[in-house]
Design a protein around this ligand. Structure first.
Ligand SMILES: [Zn+2]
Length: 259
């Protein structure tokens, strides 16, 4: 079995303050280690559960957060940056997400946002608000790949369970408002991620959640914080201006989601 893991940073265990994401701060070095360790726990869980090939994509910021020398030697670190979903395609049997945060506007979602916390106010597909979890599941669904597991904060886990019935999740912490979190000691989180990811993978294909499929053509709608942000995007074409801050795009396939 071949699986693909995407890692983000805000939902990593032990990361309880935005300082860990600040690349000019000493905390960031600790953040990288914590991210790599959560990732390794998921990689080990995938192998425990029966995977024979595990690819990983570092999807936070510029994608240079994983510490390569600390990464589980069995994992394949995907550096294909030609697409935002890396090398994810129909050859994979399942995908997993580690370190995830909730969509923009989620109460008690630690550092909740969708793509850009400075520009994106809300995003929806066919009228349903979704965030990065839904976007990843949509991209995977294009290739008929199911999202089977997610680790992150409690709000991200709730969002995933709402969108993907049957997904296995591990809540490593809980947001207290947007800027603080409390949760498991990282060592405890690693053991739990490993156990839960193994359970998700071991369920095998017939028991996996269904790949996420939308009614096509899909209507993707993006509302920015300010109208000048929509002005700039509208200049690039292929979108309809709904109002000062909102653009809409009709997508023939799930691979064309507005990004
Ligand atoms: Zn993110």
């Amino acid at each position: 079995m071949k699986v693909y893991i995407m890692v983000d940073m805000e939902g990593i265990s032990g990361i309880v303050d935005i300082a860990y994401m600040d690349q000019t701060s000493d905390f960031y070095r600790t953040g990288r280690t914590l991210l790599t360790e959560d990732m390794n726990a998921a990689v080990a869980g995938c192998f425990d559960g029966g995977a024979d090939e595990v690819w990983v994509l570092d999807a936070h910021s510029q994608g240079c957060n994983i510490e390569p020398a600390l990464l589980d030697e069995r994992a394949i670190l995907d550096k294909n940056r030609s697409r935002w979903c890396g090398s994810l395609d129909e050859t994979f049997d399942a995908t997993l997400i580690v370190g995830q945060h909730a969509m923009a506007g989620t109460l008690n979602g630690f550092l909740d946002h969708t793509q850009s916390s400075k520009a994106w106010f809300s995003y929806s597909i066919n009228g349903r608000p979704i965030g990065e979890i839904g976007q990843w599941a949509t991209m995977a669904g294009h290739f008929d790949v199911p999202l089977i597991y997610l680790a992150g904060d409690q709000a991200a886990c709730d969002e995933a369970a709402d969108l993907i019935p049957g997904i296995v999740t591990t809540a490593v912490k809980k947001g207290v408002g947007r800027n603080r979190a409390v949760g498991m000691h990282p060592n405890h989180a690693h053991a739990t991620i490993r156990r839960d990811a193994a359970r998700a993978v071991a369920a095998k294909k017939s028991k996996f959640p269904r790949p996420l499929k939308w009614k096509l053509p899909m209507t993707c709608r993006l509302e920015y914080y300010r109208s000048d942000m929509a002005d700039d995007r509208a200049l690039r074409g292929d979108v309809v201006r709904i109002d000062a801050r909102t653009l809409e795009k009709k997508c023939k396939t799930q691979a064309d989601i507005l990004l």
